[in-house]
Design a protein around this ligand. Sequence first.
Ligand code: 5GP
Length: 194
Amino acid sequence: MNFLEERIQLEGVVKEGNVLKVDKFLNHQMDIELFKQMGAEWKKRFADTPINKILTIEASGIGIACIASEYFHAPVVFAKKSKSINIEGDMYISEVESFTHKCKNQVIVSKKFLGPGDHVLIIDDFLANGCALQGLISIVQQAGATLEGIGIAVEKGFQQGGRVIRNLGYHLESLAIVESMDAETGEIVFREQD
Ligand code: 5GP
């Protein structure tokens, strides 16, 4: 098991409805030493990839993206969630359905901060059905930027997102892939990765 899998095994809590709570170290209380290990690992996995911008989505992607940016020396842009229909101009917009909150949000990124010259690494905390990721990919495409890769902390491999994104040909690196989890026993099984 790698460092993140060990931490999930130790402190992750499996909830009903296929939700894994990792708020002790990732998305409420944040363990920055762990985030540094994650940043270093993504840097290793995307070595030699020209990346000049990191794109994430609020809220829980922001912390890990900021620490990762120290390893890539690239600024972080985060997509903002917005419920309003009347968005000012000069924004890329896409629609994202939230897995945990069961609602739809428009996410927006200013055209000032993403354009055709950019080589983008998307970072996010979770990959479940892939809606959040599809929204971010759409924003990269609207900008005419190049999507160099996607770094995810925890992929739930029993949901479809990872398969769909890999089938589209993107370079996706998930640091921990949960193969199965059981809310009753609390058991978490990870996919073997090399
Ligand atoms: P997706 O759009 O891939 O279905 O879900 C991704 C988003 O939903 C992530 O950005 C994350 O915030 C949230 N999410 C999905 N599954 C889980 C989960 O099991 N635990 C937590 N904490 N967040 C999740």
